[in-house]
Design a protein around this ligand. Structure first.
Ligand code: ADP
Length: 244
């Protein structure tokens, strides 16, 4: 469903080049739950931005749902992003003067979806995250954990190909972090494809695959829950050291 080959992103500031990503090869199949780990500055946010078409690679090919999306104009990228990608950010990013309902509805208003269908999708999404009873509330009236659940509803209401989550529990206490992780696991169990950046090793282990970045490269992949024997044998189910 997602196929990246040789993805490179170079930032040039004052004639100094930073290789935020260097030749990344990443495939994500439908229904996977991938977590991206790595030290600060290893390229996690850049990778998520390129995956979400918020940023364009300097080189490499990117296929999303079979469509080549690495060379799109900003307008085309926005169109694909709005249809195919759901985002959840560390800082929730809800619009403070729109109600919960209006926040979830907003991305759908940019699409050609009839009002009745829009209403059905917003209600279903709020139901899924357990926030239907807060539809008329304003974000400021909710706890951080509740705001993040609304942000998850907004991300999935459009039925995206993939849900991208950048440190979704980073601003939450452990109780609310656990609730949001539980919600992501439920969505995954119901078929949603997820790619999440997290610093929390316990949450990373709840994904079906972890991808370790270092210095803009994927250096290791791991499928939590596999046996040590499988890992040692280097089987597909095991840990894989990636040589670039
Ligand atoms: P992480 O999310 O793992 O902390 P980032 O993707 O934010 O890493 O950054 C990877 C590298 O790219 C870092 O060296 C960072 O300083 C650099 N970088 C990221 N964004 C920019 C930018 N807009 N301009 C210049 N350098 C950037």
């Amino acid at each position: 469903m997602i196929r990246m080959e040789g993805i490179t992103r170079v930032f040039t500031t004052d004639e100094v080049e930073t290789h935020a990503l260097s030749g990344v090869h990443l495939e994500i199949a439908r229904g996977e739950f991938v977590s991206i780990e790595g030290p600060s500055g290893s390229g996690k946010t850049t990778l998520l931005s390129v995956l979400g078409l918020l940023d364009a690679p300097t080189a490499g090919t990117y296929l999303l749902g079979g469509e080549r999306v690495d060379g799109l104009s900003p307008l085309e990228a926005a169109r694909v992003r709005n249809r195919q990608i759901g985002f959840v950010f560390q800082s929730f990013n809800l619009i403070g003067d729109l109600s919960v309902y209006e926040n979830v509805e907003l991305p759908l208003t940019y699409r050609d979806i009839a009002p009745a269908e829009r209403k059905r999708r917003v209600s279903a999404a709020l139901e899924r995250v357990g926030m239907a009873h807060r539809a008329k509330h304003m974000p400021g009236q909710l706890s951080g954990g509740q705001q993040q659940r609304v942000a998850v509803a907004r991300a999935v209401a459009g039925d995206p190909l993939i849900l991208l989550a950048d440190e979704p529990t980073g601003n939450l206490d452990s109780h609310n972090g656990d609730l949001v992780m539980g919600l992501l696991r439920e969505l995954h169990a119901a078929g949603t494809t997820i790619c999440m950046v997290t610093h929390n090793p316990e949450y990373a282990q709840q994904a079906t695959r972890t991808v370790h970045l270092f210095d803009g490269r994927i250096v290791r992949e791991h499928r939590p829950g596999q046996t040590a024997e499988a890992a040692a044998a280097g089987s597909d189910l095991g840990e894989r050291v990636v040589s670039n």
